[in-house]
Design a protein around this ligand. Structure first.
Ligand code: HT7
Ligand code: ZN
Length: 844
C-alpha cells in the first residue's frame, strides 16, 4: 500500500451543506440511505470514499447514476455534475453482524453501535470521509429496538423509529449511532448561561447502578471547562453509551460519546482506585473534545495532535485539579517514559505530527497523545499562564467551526504573545527524545549550569537541530533552604550556560522541576546529593525523581556488578515512606521500585545489553532488602492506613489504600503471604482484593484465591479481565507464556473482544522477564495470536504488535528470535495494511 503524505493535502472541491441519513437496521442486512446536499467550490470530479458497501442505488438530482465503485470509493465525473447546488443519493447494504473489526457500524452484545474515527464512516455509506469536510447531519433510525440514538438533539420518535438533528457542522468521523435494549442513568445540568442539558449514560439492564461515578465525573468536567476554559456545552442532550466490544478507550462523537464499558462502569466492589481515576480522566477527555476536536477539528489526520495533544493536556490539568497535582504529574511522567520514551527510542519513532502514514489507525500513539500534551505544557511554561489563557481564547474565537492545522495553532500563540515560535515548531516535526547533559561550576559566588542537548537519529530523520527546551531550575543551599525559587531557563542552543550570581555557598541544583520538558536528563549526581534532594527539594516532582534516580542507580549496580542495596538508599527511602507529613499517595509512589522495562531501556542507553532475567532477579532482591529495612513498621503502616467507614473513591482515600498496599507488598516478601491471604479475605473493595491477590501471585501462591475470585466474578466481563491479566502479569518468567497459552484455551477467552484479548496478550508483554524469556515462547505465542487476530480485528492486532518494538535493546539471540517472528507476521497470507505497516516499520 502507498503511504499518504502531509504534502499531498488538497482541499475538497465541494461543500457538503447537509447530510440526511436513514438507517433500516438489520443485523446482517442494514440498509443505509444517504442524501447529500452539495455545492461545487472548485473544478474536479466528486470522489466519495466507500468500502465494502453493496450498492442498491445511486442518483444525482433524482437521476439514476450507473457508476461502479472501486475498492475504496466512487468517482462521479465532473462532466455529470451540474453548476450550483445538487443532491447525491445512495442506498447501500451493509452487514453489521459480520463486522468484527469494530470499525463502521457493528454489533456488540445485541446492540448496534458505530466507531467512525478515523476512517470508519466510509464503511457505512459513500461520503467524503475526511475531517475537513464538515456538515450538519439529520438521521432517521428504523428498528424495533427500544433505544435509538444519534448525534445532536432528538427531533421526533415513534414506534420503531427516531429522528435526530445535529446542527453543528461536523466531520463524518464524529458521526454515531446506537440502537439497543438499554437503560439510562440520568442527571440534569444547567450551563452557566442557563441552557438546561439532559445527561444520560446508557448501559445494559443491570449495569445502571454502576454509572454514578462516571456521571459525577461528567458533571465536574462540564463545570470545569466552563470555569477554567470558558467553554460551555452546546446541545440539549449529552449521551454516553457503554459497550463491551471496543477497540480503544472511548470516542467523542458529537453529543453521543461511546465508551468501552470498562471506562464507565464502576462500583467499590468491581473497580479499583486506578479504574476510578481512569474513568474520571477519560470521561473528562471525551467531554473536553467537544471544543478541542469537535468545534475545532483537524484539517487532515496529520494534525491529529492538534485535538489529541491538547485534549490530553486538558484532561491532565483537570485530574490534577480534582486530585493532587504532584501525584498526577508523577503518574503522567511514569506513563510518558514507559510508553512514549520507549516508542521514541525504537523503530516506531515518529514526530508528534507525522508526515506520512500507511494506516492512520497506527498513529494513535503515545507520541501523538502524551508527547503532544507535553509540547503544550512547554508552550504554557514559555508563554506563562496569562499568555496561555489569551492564546486559547484567541484559538477558540478564531477557529471555531473550522478544521485547523498545527501552523494555525502556533500562529495563535505568536499573535497572542508576540513570540516567534519557529524553533519551537521542531517539537512537532522532529522525532526523538533529546538527552540533556548537565555540568556545573562554582567560582567566587557564581554558580554556572551548562547544558548540552543531543537527539539521536530516528527513522527518516538523521539530523536533529537543537530545540527550545524550557528547563525549570531551583537552587537549594546546603542546609536545605531554597535560595533560588523555580526559574525557567530557555535553552535554544546545542550547548548553553546559565549563571547564578551572588551566592554565599555552592548550591544544590534541582533541575527540570515538574519535568518541565520531555527530555532525558543526564546528570551524574552523587548518591548523597540525590538523597539530599529526596529529603529537601520543595518541588514534589523532583523530590520523587531524586528517589527514583537513586533507586535506578542502585538497581543498575545490582544488575551489572552484583551489588546489594546499601543503607544510604534504604535509609533515605525509609524516611520518606514513614514521613507522615507527606501525602500517602506520594509515599506510595516513592516506594514503587523502578519497572523492569524502564531499567532495560536505561541499561541499553548506558551501553549495557539488558538481561531481563537478571533485572527481574535484582529487582526482587531490592524489594526484599527494602522490606527488611522497613520490617518493624510494615504491619502498623498496613493497619493504621485502613479507611474507616464505607469506601469512597476520592484521591485521599485512594492514596491511603495505595500506601497500605505498598506496605502489604513488602510484607509479603517476609511472611510468605500470610498477611496478603488474610487481606484478600477481608477486602471489601476491588482495590484491596486485586492488590492482595497480586501480592500472592508474585510469590507463586494465590491459587486458592484465584478460584475464589473466579467463582465470585465469572459473570462480570470487566472484572474477569482482571482475573485473566493478573495471572499472566505476575507469572514467574519461565511460566508466563505457558500461563497465557493456557488462558487462551479458557472457555471465557474470546479474541473478538479486545479487552479480553488485551488482558492476556497485553499482560504477557507487560511481564518483561516473561515476555523476553530466553526460550522465545512468549515471542512465538504473541506472533501466533497476532496472525490469528489480524483478519478479525486488524486495528487491535497492529496496536498490540508494539510488544516487539524494543527488539534492538537485547542480545543477538533475542534479536534474532523477535525479528524472526516479525518476518513470520509479514509473510502471513492476506496480512492487513495495519499490521503489515507495523511489522515492516519495526523490521526497518
Ligand atoms: N478520538 C478517539 C480516538 C480513536 C478511537 C476510539 C475508539 C475506537 C477507535 C478509535 N480510533 C481512534 C478517542 C480519543 O482519543 O478520545
Ligand atoms: Zn482524544
Amino acid at each position: 500500500p502507498q503511504p499518504v503524505h502531509l504534502s499531498d493535502y488538497r482541499p475538497f472541491p465541494f461543500r457538503v451543506e447537509g447530510a440526511e441519513l436513514t438507517f433500516r437496521l438489520n443485523p446482517s442486512a442494514t440498509r443505509v440511505l444517504s442524501r447529500l446536499h452539495l455545492v461545487r467550490q472548485a473544478p474536479g470530479d466528486l470522489r466519495l470514499d466507500g468500502e465494502r458497501l453493496e450498492v442498491l442505488s445511486l442518483s444525482l438530482n433524482g437521476q439514476p447514476l450507473s457508476l461502479t465503485p472501486d475498492a475504496t470509493g466512487l468517482t462521479i465525473p465532473a462532466a455529470l455534475i451540474p453548476e450550483g447546488p445538487f443532491t447525491f443519493e445512495a442506498e447501500v447494504r451493509i452487514d453489521p453482524a459480520a463486522n468484527t473489526a469494530l470499525e463502521g457500524l457493528y454489533m456488540s452484545g445485541g446492540m448496534y453501535c458505530t466507531q467512525c474515527e478515523a476512517e470508519g464512516f466510509r464503511k457505512i455509506t459513500f461520503y467524503p470521509d475526511r475531517p475537513d469536510v464538515m456538515a450538519p447531519f439529520r438521521v432517521r433510525i428504523e428498528s424495533d429496538l427500544p433505544v435509538l440514538l444519534s448525534n445532536g438533539n432528538p427531533v421526533a420518535q415513534g414506534t420503531g423509529w427516531a429522528e435526530w438533528h445535529d446542527p453543528w457542522p461536523k466531520p463524518a468521523y464524529l458521526f454515531a449511532l446506537v440502537a439497543g435494549d438499554l437503560v439510562a442513568h440520568r442527571a440534569d445540568f444547567v450551563t452557566r448561561s442557563g441552557r438546561p442539558v439532559d445527561l444520560a449514560i446508557w448501559v445494559r439492564p443491570g449495569d445502571q447502578d454502576r454509572c454514578a461515578y462516571a456521571m459525577d465525573s461528567l458533571i465536574r468536567s462540564m463545570r470545569w471547562d466552563e470555569e477554567v476554559y470558558g467553554r460551555e456545552y452546546d446541545l440539549d442532550v449529552f449521551n454516553i453509551v457503554a459497550v463491551d466490544d471496543f477497540n480503544m478507550g472511548a470516542m467523542e462523537n458529537k453529543g453521543l460519546n461511546i465508551f468501552n464499558s470498562k471506562y464507565v462502569l464502576a462500583s467499590p466492589e468491581t473497580a479499583t482506585d486506578d479504574d476510578f481515576a481512569r474513568i474520571e480522566a477519560i470521561i473528562a477527555h471525551e467531554y473536553f473534545h467537544n471544543w478541542t476536536g469537535n468545534r475545532i477539528t483537524c484539517r487532515d489526520w496529520f494534525q491529529l495532535c492538534l485535538k489529541e495533544g491538547l485534549t490530553v493536556f486538558r484532561d491532565q490539568q483537570f485530574s490534577g485539579d480534582m486530585r493532587s497535582h504532584a501525584v498526577k504529574r508523577i503518574e503522567d511522567v511514569l506513563t510518558l517514559r514507559a510508553r512514549q520514551f520507549r516508542e521514541d527510542a525504537g523503530p516506531l519513532a515518529h514526530p508528534v505530527r507525522p508526515d506520512s502514514y500507511v494506516e492512520i489507525n497506527n498513529f494513535y500513539t503515545a507520541t501523538v497523545y502524551e508527547k503532544g500534551a507535553e509540547v503544550i505544557g512547554m508552550l504554557k511554561r514559555l508563554v506563562g499562564d496569562e499568555g496561555y489563557a489569551t492564546a486559547l481564547d484567541l484559538y477558540f474565537t478564531r477557529h471555531d467551526g473550522e478544521a485547523a492545522t498545527i501552523e494555525d495553532w502556533l500562529k495563535v500563540f505568536e499573535d497572542a504573545t508576540g513570540r516567534d515560535l519557529t524553533q519551537f515548531a521542531r517539537w512537532y516535526t522532529d522525532a526523538g527524545t533529546p538527552r540533556v547533559t548537565v555540568s556545573d561550576d562554582w567560582q567566587d559566588g557564581t554558580y554556572t549550569l551548562t547544558f548540552r542537548q543531543e537527539t539521536q537519529p530516528t527513522p527518516g530523520q538523521p539530523e536533529k537541530p537543537p530545540r527550545v527546551i524550557p528547563i525549570a531550575v531551583g537552587l537549594l543551599n546546603p542546609n536545605g533552604d531554597e535560595i533560588v525559587p523555580t526559574t525557567v531557563l530557555e535553552m535554544t542552543e546545542a550547548a548553553q550556560s546559565f549563571r547564578f550570581e551572588g551566592l554565599a555557598a555552592k548550591p544544590v541544583p534541582s533541575i527540570l522541576r515538574g519535568f518541565s520538558a520531555p527530555v532525558v536528563l543526564d546528570r551524574k549526581a552523587s548518591p548523597e546529593e540525590r538523597a539530599f534532594l529526596l529529603a529537601h527539594d520543595t518541588d514534589p516532582f523532583n523530590k520523587w525523581e531524586a528517589g527514583r534516580a537513586l533507586a535506578k542507580d542502585v538497581l543498575a549496580r545490582m544488575v551489572t556488578e552484583g551489588a546489594e542495596p546499601g543503607p544510604d538508599w534504604l535509609d533515605a527511602l525509609a524516611r520518606v515512606a514513614l514521613d507522615e507529613s507527606l501525602d500517602p499517595a506520594f509515599r506510595a509512589l516513592a516506594l514503587r521500585l523502578p519497572g523492569e522495562d524502564d531499567m532495560a531501556q536505561t541499561l541499553h542507553e548506558a551501553g549495557v545489553t539488558p538481561d531481563p532475567q537478571a533485572i527481574h532477579a535484582a529487582r526482587r532482591r531490592m524489594g526484599r532488602a527494602l522490606a527488611l529495612r522497613l520490617r518493624p513498621q510494615l504491619p502498623a503502616l498496613f493497619d493504621t492506613l485502613r479507611e474507616p467507614g464505607p469506601f469512597t473513591p476520592d484521591a485521599r482515600a485512594a492514596g491511603r489504600r495505595a500506601l497500605r498496599l505498598a506496605a502489604l507488598s513488602l510484607l509479603t516478601r517476609l511472611d510468605e503471604g500470610q498477611a496478603a491471604a488474610s487481606a484478600y479475605r477481608a477486602a471489601d473493595n476491588m482495590t484491596e482484593e486485586v492488590g492482595a491477590l497480586a501480592c500472592l501471585l508474585d510469590i507463586g501462591r494465590g491459587q486458592e484465591e484465584l478460584g475464589l475470585f473466579q467463582a465470585r466474578w465469572q459473570g462480570d466481563r470487566n472484572v474477569m479481565d482482571k482475573w485473566f491479566a493478573l495471572q499472566v502479569l505476575h507469572a514467574a518468567p519461565g511460566e508466563a507464556a505457558a500461563t497465557a497459552e493456557r488462558l487462551t484455551r479458557h472457555p471465557q477467552f474470546d479474541m473478538k473482544n479486545p479487552n479480553r484479548f488485551r488482558s492476556v496478550m497485553g499482560a504477557l508483554s507487560g511481564n518483561h522477564a516473561g515476555f523476553h524469556h530466553i526460550s522465545g515462547a512468549a515471542y512465538r505465542l504473541t506472533a501466533d495470536w497476532l496472525i490469528r487476530l489480524d483478519p478479525v480485528n486488524p486495528q487491535t492486532a497492529a496496536r498490540m504488535s508494539t510488544a516487539f518494538e524494543t527488539w534492538a535493546r537485547y542480545d543477538a539471540d533475542r534479536q534474532a528470535m523477535i525479528r524472526g517472528e516479525l518476518q513470520r507476521i509479514l509473510a502471513a497470507p492476506g496480512l492487513s495494511r495495519d499490521l503489515g505497516e507495523m511489522a515492516g516499520r519495526m523490521l526497518g
